[in-house]
Design a protein around this ligand. Structure first.
Ligand SMILES: Nc1ncnc2c1ncn2[C@@H]1O[C@H](COP(=O)(O)OP(=O)(O)O)[C@@H](O)[C@H]1O
Ligand SMILES: [Mg+2]
Length: 592
């Protein structure tokens, strides 16, 4: 074995560069962070060949003093912290003082900068870790960092680079994260001299739309929650706008984009109840937290963080997001958007889950309903007002969000008319959600209302089910059931939850017993709870092919308006769609 020796500074930087400078996008990330830390209000990025040939970032920030330029390139040299105390309360994105040194060790770097009052700018060139002499240069107040020929001196690393298109897309993602984190800053992005993105300073809603697209913006629900030391703001997309991958999930902690297990888990849990199968939610969320309560120095690239009280953060984020998602059909503050797959719409273009009167204040709906309720008056479709020229009812301003039922289609769908046009409701899916939410509230309040059956429903089963009934009377009661053994192999159902009395009673009882057998009473009431209630709701909800009268259908529509999460059934499928008159006109090529 060779004798021990101290590594050269350049080699140390090259080793460190392995962690910080993984690919062109990681260089871009470090340069953007420096510009943000410098207080820039405008940042321009120019890339060549996916960033491998060149990455240039120009900002109008505070600039670097000419005398400090050599220090900026030195390892462990930073203007951002000086003591351990500073580190613990750091608010800047950078603080390790190693990015520029690492980059300079594996590329050709030119740093050009000018302080506000300096007579001219200065430039410093470094190549493979060797720093040149300070040169006078032309530059407005601010800084340009230009990185050419990444890995020119480390061919082994060059081999890990992917195609130009792949490297560029990683750079673009890094650019988008920075742009999303600071809507108040103007950004531009060029690739091979082509303008890819030009973003003027704006507010978060507009910046999110520019980065995440109009469909996201239409489905976005604003969120703003605050408790001592924690604030969460931003947008979560309604569960009807989902993605097949995690590509639209943006989480920022104190302005820093992070991938954090605690936060991601809290989000997944919050969406669990409303998200269909293997779809992924979309969100842009900003967590502000006391810097001393979070450690950002976990990883050189600082993409991971560690919360001092991760349980509290989890709880807070979970509740804030659940609340934003729980908005019922009636008080959804922002438009529901149609699913992105047009195929699911059977080719009918423009069919959307409607936005429910964004213009009208939420409170007016509430007032309207309670007034209608106390008068015990079931409004008729014709009350929406008639447009004589068309001979159809146009729901007036008085009509509730989901309108009034017109008819039932093939025993599956409810057709209703509201102010906008036609509303289509999947009767079973909608009712299932309503029943499910009611069961949850009732169980939470230990107030499951029982409905005694006039004639008990009996069914044959096995001995184990009968013993399960004998051993779990209390749990069954909590769940709203009264069951009694008739013989060693037969059971009688004497009472069920009110909500479920119209359903398939024997099937319901069997499903509950199966769960009790499999998981035991305590788990059934805790971790299995939502799943069991969801199964129960499914048994109790109106089946397809059951004829409903107009009054029943209208009652269902009113219930939907007041039920949380009623836009999706318990399995995350949409429960209703809006087709506006304009959509219908388009379908019939009217006025074209
Ligand atoms: N765009 C910039 N504008 C102003 N100062 C900069 C800029 N980029 C780098 N610097 C200065 O160079 C120093 C070193 O940068 P860097 O190596 O990225 O380390 P860090 O950001 O962790 O401090 C910074 O602390 C800052 O003083
Ligand atoms: Mg930095």
């Amino acid at each position: 074995m060779a004798s021990i020796r101290i590594l050269s500074d350049t080699l140390i930087s090259q080793i460190a560069a392995g962690e910080v400078v993984e690919r062109p996008a990681s260089v871009l990330k470090e340069l953007l962070e420096n510009s943000l830390d410098a207080g820039a209000s405008s940042i321009d990025v120019s890339l060549a060949q996916g960033g491998v040939k060149q990455i240039r970032v120009t900002d109008n920030g505070q600039g670097i003093d000419a005398d400090d330029l050599p220090l900026a390139l030195a390892r462990h040299a930073t203007s951002k912290i000086a003591t351990l105390d500073d580190l613990e309360r750091v608010r800047s994105l950078g603080f390790r003082g190693e990015a520029l040194a690492s980059i300079a060790s594996v590329a050709r770097l030119v740093l050009t900068s000018r302080l506000r009052d300096a007579r001219h700018a200065s430039a410093l060139r470094a190549e493979g870790g060797q720093t040149g002499a300070l040169q006078p240069a032309a530059h407005a107040t601010g800084t340009t960092a230009e990185v050419d020929d990444l890995y020119f001196n480390t061919p082994a690393r060059r081999k890990f680079l992917r195609t130009e298109a792949t490297e560029f897309s990683h750079c673009e993602e890094v650019f988008n994260r920075a742009a999303l984190s600071r809507p108040d800053i103007a950004f531009s992005l060029r690739h091979n001299s082509r303008v890819i993105s030009h973003l003027a300073a704006t507010d978060l809603p507009r910046r999110s739309e520019a980065i995440l697209g109009a469909e996201f913006a239409a489905a976005a629900r604003p969120l703003m929650e605050q408790i001592a030391g924690l604030q969460l703001s931003g947008f979560v997309a309604s569960p009807n706008y989902t993605r097949s991958s995690r590509d639209a999930q943006y989480l920022f902690v104190n302005g820093r984009f992070v991938r954090d297990k605690v936060l991601t888990h809290a989000l997944r849990e919050a969406y669990r109840d409303v998200l269909h199968g293997d779809r992924h939610p979309a969100y842009a969320l900003f967590l502000a937290i006391d810097p001393t309560a979070v450690d950002v120095n976990v990883h050189p690239a600082k993409i991971e963080v560690r919360f001092r009280d991760s349980r509290a953060v989890h709880q807070f984020v979970y509740h804030a997001v659940s609340k934003a998602l729980a908005a019922s059909a009636a008080n959804a503050p922002v438009a529901y958007a149609a699913p992105t797959e047009t195929s699911r719409l059977g080719g009918i273009a423009g069919m959307k889950q409607g936005s429910l009167g964004i213009a009208q204040p939420v409170a007016s709906y509430g007032a309207m309903f309670s007034a209608a309720r106390t008068a015990e008056r079931m409004p008729l479709p014709s009350e929406g007002g008639t447009d004589p020229s068309l001979g159809i009812h146009r729901g007036g301003a008085e009509s509730p969000p989901l309108g009034y039922a017109l008819a039932q289609l093939h025993g599956v769908y409810i057709l209703a008319q509201n102010a906008k046009g036609l509303v289509l409701v999947d009767m079973h899916a909608a009712h299932e959600r309503i029943v499910y939410e009611r069961l949850k509230s009732a169980l939470d309040a230990h107030a499951m209302a029982l409905q005694k059956l006039l004639i008990p429903v009996t069914f044959n089963t096995d001995r184990l089910d009968v013993t399960t009934v004998e051993e779990n009377q209390e749990t069954l009661r909590a769940l709203g059931f009264e069951l009694a053994p008739l013989s060693p192999t037969a059971l009688a159902v004497r009472a069920v939850p009110v909500e479920l009395a119209a359903g398939n009673i024997a099937g319901l009882a069997r499903a509950v017993l199966a769960d009790l057998r499999e998981y035991g009473a305590s788990r059934v009431l805790t971790e299995r709870r939502d799943e069991l209630l969801s199964t129960m709701a499914c048994h109790g909800a109106v089946r397809a092919n059951r004829a409903l009268g107009l009054a029943e259908m209208n009652a269902l529509l009113r219930d939907m308006e007041e039920t949380e999460r009623s836009g999706q059934c318990n399995h995350g499928r949409p429960t209703w769609y809006q087709m506006s008159l304009a959509d219908l006109d388009k379908l019939f090529l009217r006025g074209q």
